[in-house]
Design a protein around this ligand. Structure first.
Ligand code: SF4
Ligand code: SF4
Length: 58
């Protein structure tokens, strides 16, 4: 799953690149997990590496 870390400064780059419209930024980025497809595009584009992809069991 996609996790936003404390380093996020709310620049909204991730929101703009997300193809699923799964990110909202209100001070900090927030993921809508019902829409997120785990494409990792946001992880790639965040200038601060504030988004991580974490493997979940199962
Ligand atoms: S691109 Fe990174 S720093 Fe910018 S809002 Fe998204 S998570 Fe935060
Ligand atoms: S992993 Fe893909 S679908 Fe999920 S929030 Fe990031 S850019 Fe959007």
């Amino acid at each position: 799953m996609i996790v936003i870390t404390e380093s996020c400064v709310g620049c909204a780059t991730c929101m703009l690149v997300c193809p699923a419209d799964a990110i909202r930024v209100e001070g900090k980025a927030e993921i809508n997990y019902e829409l997120c497809k785990n494409c990792k595009k946001c992880v790639l584009y965040c200038p601060l590496e504030a988004i991580n992809f974490v493997e979940t069991a199962g």
